[in-house]
Write a protein that binds this ligand. Structure first.
Ligand SMILES: [Zn+2]
Ligand SMILES: [Zn+2]
Length: 345
């Protein structure tokens, strides 16, 4: 069984955990976790079911099915990526340009390789889904951790880590060996064999609910203005709730001598805004990257496809008044585009 190696160029640094500990292991786990997350997004977008492996009671296997080869034991994503009782079908390696295991954090402009070596038979449809996932990540999304930091226009804050962009990558063109049609993939992810489940609160993470605007970013313009916060529905001002001043980290508030309570960090009140802004346990639903300019992008998710147009208008109203209708690309368009590029054999 032949391995499949993707050559990738990092356009920004990639965040895969803190420098202490075992960087190599963190890089491998971090990137594989991220690839799996986008693979789930793709499967849901094609009408299939994908469990959320981070949630107790939801992750596969379904304990009512004891035999992992029987229908309903695990979802189509776990079929490839594995779950308790069913091993991952491939070995995953992150290699540097020389083919050696990547030992340190991947930095901007570095080329590296993602290698998938089959340990058991991987079907043509599974390879095609993996291939699509990597193209979705590289062309429209981001990989690794800390992909959610906000860009800033404030020059004295540019170098602060929480405003740096992480996770933009470019796929070095390769021949597509595993092209399948939209119909073939939809049929495959909907097979009776796979566990089907109600996506409930994580159903938003579907390619159908995805949108992307290339070449534009959201950011904080100054202490009182932030297009990012306008879109999320958070207050724009960074000023302190206790004294009204702006304290940049690590400053404490002179009045309370505590870490500042910023207006902009208070939870929004509207339901949609709460959902978009996320919280401690919930992801934000809008992500924006400023650098490099060639890969600048903003993407996000809505709760259901009928909310896509509202999102487009929200971006137009709060951030980009000259946003052209064709600049706002929906997940449905992206799937058609990605599948169209290689769908015909
Ligand atoms: Zn699963
Ligand atoms: Zn204060």
């Amino acid at each position: 069984m032949e391995e499949r190696t993707y050559t990738v160029k990092a356009l920004t640094d990639i965040w895969t955990g803190d420098a202490d500990g075992k960087p190599h292991r963190l890089i491998t786990i971090g990137l594989l976790g991220s690839i799996r997350w986008w693979f789930e997004v793709l499967v849901r977008g094609l009408g299939g079911s994908a469990c959320d492996p981070t949630r107790d009671g939801i992750r596969c296997p379904d304990h009512r099915v004891a035999d992992p080869t029987k229908p309903g034991h695990h979802c189509v994503v776990c079929e490839l990526f594995g779950c308790t009782g069913w091993a991952r079908k491939f070995r995953f390696e992150v290699l540097d340009e020389n083919g050696k295991p990547q030992q340190n954090q991947i930095k901007a402009n570095q080329c590296f390789q993602l290698r998938f070596t089959p340990l058991r038979a991987i079907s043509e449809k599974e390879w095609a889904l993996l291939d699509l996932t990597l193209r979705l990540i590289t062309e429209y999304g981001a990989i690794g951790g800390k992909t959610v930091y906000k860009p800033t226009e404030e020059s004295h804050r540019q170098s602060v880590q929480r405003h740096q962009d992480f996770g933009l990558v470019k796929l070095v063109p390769h021949q597509r060996l595993y092209a399948c049609t939209d119909h073939e993939l939809r049929t495959f992810v909907s097979q009776q064999q796979w566990r089907s489940l109600n996506h409930g609160s994580f159903g938003w993470a579907s390619a159908q609910n995805f949108w992307c605007v290339s070449g534009r970013h959201l950011s904080r313009e100054d202490a009182d203005h932030s297009s990012f916060n306008r879109v999320l529905g958070r207050e724009e001002s960074k000023s302190c709730l206790d004294c009204g001043q702006v304290h940049d980290p690590p400053q404490r508030c002179g009045k309370t001598n505590r870490l500042p309570r910023r207006r902009s960090e208070q939870n929004p009140t509207g339901n949609l805004e709460k959902w978009l802004a996320g919280g401690r346990a919930e992801s934000k639903k809008v992500f924006s990257f400023k650098n490099p300019e060639s890969a600048r992008r903003t993407f996000g998710f809505v709760q259901s496809t009928d909310k896509l147009d509202e999102m487009r208008q929200r971006l137009k109203k709060n951030a980009w008044d000259n946003l052209g209708d064709n600049e706002f690309v929906t997940g449905g368009d992206i799937l058609r585009r990605l599948l169209g590029e290689g769908g015909n054999r």
